[in-house]
Design a protein around this ligand. Structure first.
Ligand code: MSP
Length: 525
């Protein structure tokens, strides 16, 4: 039986169009799922929308729609975007679906019965026009951070989850499971910023609005959005339902991928809820940073928002996925700018990768009539070095990706691309041809095609079409030669015929013109 791999994105708030920052998580999760599938896992990806709460109720009202009409419309738009980005999710959960709501109600009752949830009073700063509570620190100049109007201190009857009951267990768990939180420094951040100063019990219900899941035993309360939202990772698998076969198969999750702004909910509250349910915890919660613009966060008012559709239509999906994944460092925010995007396109994709393929195809045709016969061992001075380097990079790639260092993993692939380009210069096939050094020439051509085959396998999870295109151009049809296991060997090619005339996979872009194009698109959003 195949090993399973369950991976999730956060479920998105239906607050309008998704920009490249929100799309980043989903692209990343989809790539990791594809990678695991390629490595032989039975991988399962979940995404969806987080559809309850006061804000959604308000926006729907502004749009003259019922909240359900509004969230369904946004979920449909989200699915269209994921289709365009070729996201291969296995399930899409909307928290307004019955399969989710019913189970959240059961979970709530269980917590109540166990004494983990108790009734108390919630006190906060209330903005009447927005019908929203804020904490002292959220206020701006003591006024509502959303509309700028006066706020009042108010109290309402609420249920609370007793977090402190589980804190020691959580800290012990952090200690005993070094892979639970990635990157490591997020753990210290949780302990120092939230746990040590004293964790307040979490308010898990509201009576001030209606758009939420009702508490079964006390229906004037609706369940507050985080308890509702986090549970999606298990309700989607059928936990506590009649058919819980997916839950039995895939839980515990291998990884929840989230961005830093929601780290606290996933690293503290979610494990505690799972402990209270007596369920095993996910293996890893990977917290990535933000995609920023040169002038800071993306925001409509700054006119610096980029939507993925515009980029995909003009530059193709693979280029966008490559740039986004490559731009985000492991431990810092990534900066996306029109300039850096066009540079990456021209350098990494066009100069490095596309040219390597073109040069190889034209030389194999020119010198060997397009034929690669068989492996000939180390013939040139550089053959051994190139092979060793490439195999080491594959090893490093695997380590980096298993540690969620995606940009670094891509860098390892591109170092194979650069090393292979350098190998052409070192061995100068045109000289070998002029001197009639046939064995040397055959060995160089073999190594070039073989490295391109390896590159095509490595990029498959991130850039599927480009990978397929490379395989087609170098004449690889045998599925075995596209498998991950075949990466570790150098001697597998046998009677390969490359395409007679290949098309460039990436064409050089006019830098000024394209930077201008993207900037205009940002302004006109
Ligand atoms: N609904 C909650 C998640 C609940 S999960 C049980 C939520 N939704 S969100 O739509 O606001 O955000 C979805 C994800 O996109 C979050 O991980 C958020 O941090 C992420 N991002 C939003 N802007 C981003 C960038 N600029 N860069 C990277 N990720 C970004 O939070």
């Amino acid at each position: 039986m195949k090993k399973t791999f369950y991976i999730t994105t956060p479920i998105y708030y239906p607050s309008g169009k998704f920009h490249i920052g929100t799309a980043y998580t989903t692209i990343l999760v989809d790539s990791l799922k594809r990678y695991k599938t390629l490595r032989g896992y039975d991988a399962y990806m979940l995404t969806g929308t987080d559809e309850h709460g006061q804000k959604i109720e308000n926006v729907a009202k502004e749009n003259n729609e019922s909240p359900k009409q509004y969230v369904d419309k946004i979920a449909k738009q989200a699915k269209e975007l994921w289709k365009k980005l070729e996201i291969e999710y296995d399930d899409y959960i909307q928290t307004t679906e019955e399969r989710h709501e019913k189970v959240v109600q059961k979970i709530f009752e269980k917590f109540l019965k166990q004494g983990d949830i108790y009734k108390g009073e919630y006190e906060g700063w209330y903005c009447e026009p927005c019908e929203s509570y804020f904490t002292e620190t959220q206020l701006i100049d003591n006024k509502c951070p959303d509309c700028g109007r006066e706020v009042k201190k108010m109290k309402e009857e609420s249920y609370f989850f007793n977090m402190n009951k589980y804190i020691d267990r959580l800290l012990k768990y952090y200690d005993e499971h070094p892979n639970f939180i990635k990157p490591d420094y997020r753990k210290e951040e949780m302990i120092n910023n939230f746990i040590k100063p004293g964790l307040e019990d979490l308010c898990v219900t509201r009576t001030s609005f209606d758009w939420g899941i009702k508490v079964l035993s006390d229906p004037k309360h609706v369940i507050y959005v985080w308890l509702d939202a986090l549970a999606n990772y298990i309700t989607a698998l059928g936990y506590m339902s009649e058919d819980d076969s997916l839950f039995k198969k895939y839980w515990p999750a291998n990884v929840h991928v989230v961005a830093k702004d929601i780290a606290r909910f996933h690293l503290i509250y979610w494990p505690i809820f799972l402990m209270a349910l007596d369920l095993p915890l996910p293996e890893t919660i990977y917290v990535h940073n933000f995609i920023m613009m040169k002038d800071g966060k993306m925001s409509k008012s700054k006119g610096n928002v980029i939507y993925p559709e515009i980029l995909v239509d003009r530059y193709g999906l693979d280029a966008i996925k490559y740039a986004l994944l490559r731009e985000m460092p492991y431990s810092q925010d990534g900066v996306f700018s029109p300039e850096s995007f066009i540079e990456r396109y021209n350098f990494d994709l066009c100069n490095d990768l596309s040219n390597l393929l073109n040069r190889t195809i034209s030389m194999v045709n020119k010198y060997l009539n397009g034929n690669i016969e068989k492996y000939t061992g180390f013939v040139n001075n550089y053959d051994e070095e190139v092979e060793k380097f490439c195999l080491e990079q594959i090893n490093l790639f695997e380590k980096k990706i298993d540690n969620f260092e995606i940009a670094n993993a891509l860098k390892e692939i591109w170092s194979i691309v650069s090393r292979t380009n350098k190998y052409i210069d070192e061995t100068s096939p045109w000289v070998l041809s002029k001197n009639g050094q046939e064995d040397e020439l055959k060995s160089v051509m073999y190594h070039l095609v073989e490295n391109l085959r390896k590159i095509a396998i490595l990029i498959y999870p991130f850039m599927k079409d480009t990978s397929i295109n490379i395989m087609n151009q170098i004449g690889i049809t045998d599925e075995k030669l596209k498998s991950w296991d075949s990466l570790y060997k150098y001697d597998l090619l046998n009677n390969i015929k490359v395409i007679e005339k290949g098309e460039p996979i990436f064409m050089r872009l006019d830098y000024d013109k394209e930077v201008e194009y993207i900037k205009n698109a940002m302004k006109n959003n």
